[in-house]
Design a protein around this ligand. Structure first.
Ligand code: COA
Length: 161
């Protein structure tokens, strides 16, 4: 967990415009809050690790959004969400982002708990041209999302377990 929060805080400090949260808020998180990031009743985080990469080069996480029993998912597909995509500036433009996305897709594909059809979704600021290109070049398309803030778009890639 220390590795997760260290990279996350560095990402928020280095690229504050890329994320919906901010360093000042998350640096105050308690251990319980960090644990909540990794797993709650509604969200199970799955490590999207590429073992060819050192954690310090970059990171991303995949969340499996588990429907509440009171709001069951009646669709024929499960939602996985790629969050916190970040590559350390000195390692950019060397394919690390692509490798992290591949690892995210594999993590969502291999998860044992979802339906066979899965949508790997993510939210990106419309102004983040680099981020959008990264995702478009990896087969993501702009889609309707479950809501969110102005200025951001949802993208998705359909995958099969
Ligand atoms: C977006 C980010 C993760 C890309 O990581 P990266 O390791 O540099 O990406 P890669 O080297 O694997 O590049 C993959 C593709 O992304 C696109 N891309 C990446 N950086 C780019 C840039 N500076 N300009 C244009 N396209 C770029 C290209 O399509 C590239 O493919 P190509 O090299 O074949 O042209 C990285 O720039 C980053 O951490 N940015 C700040 C945080 C952020 O915006 N995260 C996304 C939040 S949704």
């Amino acid at each position: 967990m220390e590795e997760y929060w260290a990279v996350r805080l560095l990402a928020l400090r280095t690229d504050p415009c890329a994320f919906g949260s901010n360093y000042e808020r998350e640096v105050q998180f308690s251990n319980e809050q960090w644990k909540g990031r990794i797993g709650t009743d509604q969200i199970i985080s799955i490590a999207a690790r590429n073992h060819a990469l050192r954690p310090s080069e970059g990171a991303t996480t995949v969340e499996h959004w588990v429907p509440l029993p009171s709001k069951p998912n009646t669709e024929d597909l499960d939602i996985y969400v790629l969050v916190g995509m970040w590559v350390r500036p000195e390692h950019r433009r060397k394919g690390v982002g692509n490798k992290l996305i591949e690892a995210g897709i594999e993590a969502a594909r291999k998860d044992n708990n979802g339906k066979a059809r899965r949508s790997l979704m993510l939210e990106v600021y419309d102004s983040n041209e680099t981020g959008k290109l990264l995702y478009l070049n990896n087969g993501f398309t702009i889609c309707e999302g479950p809501g969110g803030e102005d200025g951001r778009v949802w993208m998705q890639k359909l995958i099969q377990a």
